[in-house]
Design a protein around this ligand. Structure first.
Ligand code: ATP
Ligand code: MG
Length: 409
């Protein structure tokens, strides 16, 4: 069946009140951006919906791309007809005929938004439903549990006929709720946390701590690949790569094996917070999930979290690992996350990490390190390299070209 339009329904809950206009125009921009590779599409937006005319583009591919755009509730491939009963009947039959698997029951559902149309919903229900039944011998009506619901949406600009409703990603348009800094490791959880944050309308930048040369180049490449995948949803993501080796070595020298992860995480938060402030991010996001490992018990989260003064968002905190894995498969990060390269923290994992670290002891160690700790934190921030990831890969740095008088050759 060649449908000619996609009907996109925007997040309903956010459509009330004064923000509606802003939300709708922001969404239209995001949709156009996601579909930039299809210049033939044309758009029309009305009352929480966007009608996309395909003009020959591959509807299945366009639809699939739209399921990744945040702020979209549902999407339907539709056929548009004139306000003409025979045209509507023809389209209705074609839509039903094209449905797979072939249904044995259906019901009609008519919405007459444009009151200028001569037949009311009840009449249309009958006029079109009877036509479909007459021409489909094995089809019956079942109003309670139909296999297919054949819908007519009568609008001023035409009648839309369809029976498929595909769920969208939901959430808010990206960036509508500000910016946050994601602590991105190479594991399964933090990319999912990043996607969840973006779905809630947060633009993200990512920060990764590496202990090169103790951790390999592949470990960093893996994080770069994860950030690239997140850029599929976010368009463009800055990834800050922080050299963590010296700090980690200093912390390891304190001979407090069971507290090393706690100490490392606190330093990571300090650095992430400085980077966040530099780029105007108002929150930190991590992939912590309650009880998953020693550093994610309530006791550990308490002692670690106290270092941050920005809000610390942990979108996965109440989720089970299986739920997290399911999302990571859906968003396309799982295969990369399970590649076996060492993370900076796994290098130093002690035999028995503290599950309930003592805040005073931890603060005492940091206090004793004094300026040395502060200096290494500042050096790590200063030594941070930033790459910009797009869905296609690293964005080449645009170096300012030197003015002629600056040239020494
Ligand atoms: P993940 O799968 O995200 O690595 P995890 O279950 O392995 O999570 P941890 O390794 O204990 O958990 O890390 C908890 C959180 O701390 C991570 O989700 C991430 O947000 C942050 N984090 C850990 N290591 C790093 C790192 N090297 N760089 C940036 N953030 C990190
Ligand atoms: Mg990890």
């Amino acid at each position: 069946m060649n449908f000619d339009y996609l009907l996109v329904r925007l997040g309903e809950l956010t459509l009330k009140g004064r923000n509606r206009g802003k939300f709708e125009s922001l969404m239209l921009g995001k949709i156009k951006q996601a579909l930039a590779q299809y210049p033939e599409l044309t758009y029309e937006s009305a009352f929480g919906r966007v009608y996309i005319k395909l003009n020959g583009a591959d509807g299945t591919r366009v639809l699939s791309r739209l399921t990744d755009v945040f702020g979209i509730w549902t999407i339907s491939p539709v056929v548009k007809t004139k306000h003409d009963l025979e045209d509507i009947r023809k389209a209705a039959l074609a839509v039903m005929d094209a449905h797979r698997p072939v249904p044995s029951t259906f019901k009609m559902s008519v919405k007459r938004a444009w009151k200028g149309f001569p037949h009311d919903s009840m009449e249309m229900n009958h006029l079109v439903g009877a036509h479909v039944l007459r021409n489909s011998p094995s089809l019956r009506v079942d109003v309670r549990e139909p296999e297919v619901e054949l819908r007519l949406d009568i609008q001023h600009q035409g009648v839309f006929v369809y029976c498929t409703v595909v769920p969208g990603a939901g959430g808010f348009p990206l960036g509508m709720n500000g910016k946050a800094m994601l602590l991105l490791s190479g594991g399964i959880d933090s990319p999912v946390a990043g996607w969840t944050a973006m779905r809630k309308g947060l633009e993200i930048e990512a920060v990764h701590f590496h202990s090169y040369p103790f951790t390999s180049q592949q470990a960093t490449d893996k994080v770069v690949a994860l950030a690239q995948r997140l850029a599929h949803y976010g368009g463009r993501i800055k990834l800050h790569l922080v050299p963590f080796t010296e700090l980690q070595t200093l912390l390891a020298q304190q001979k407090q094996d069971h507290l090393i992860i706690t100490l490392m995480r606190r330093s990571m938060l300090r650095i992430a917070e400085r980077l966040a402030e530099r780029s105007g991010a108002l929150a930190l996001v991590t992939g912590d999930s309650l009880g998953q490992v020693a550093s994610q018990t309530l006791g550990s989260m308490n002692v670690i979290g106290r270092t941050a003064s920005l809000p610390l968002l942990r979108p996965l905190v109440m989720m089970d690992k299986l739920e997290i894995i399911r999302i990571s498969e859906r968003i396309g990060t799982y295969e990369t996350s399970i590649l076996p390269y060492e993370d900076c923290c796994t290098l130093f994992v002690p035999k028995s990490p503290a599950t309930n670290p003592n805040l005073r002891v931890v603060e005492g160690i940091e206090h004793a390190l004094g300026e040395q700790l502060e200096r290494l934190v500042a050096e790590a921030v200063a030594g941070t390299e930033t790459v910009v990831m797009t869905p296609q890969g690293k964005e080449e740095e645009k170096r300012p070209t030197a003015a002629p008088e600056d040239r020494w050759f």
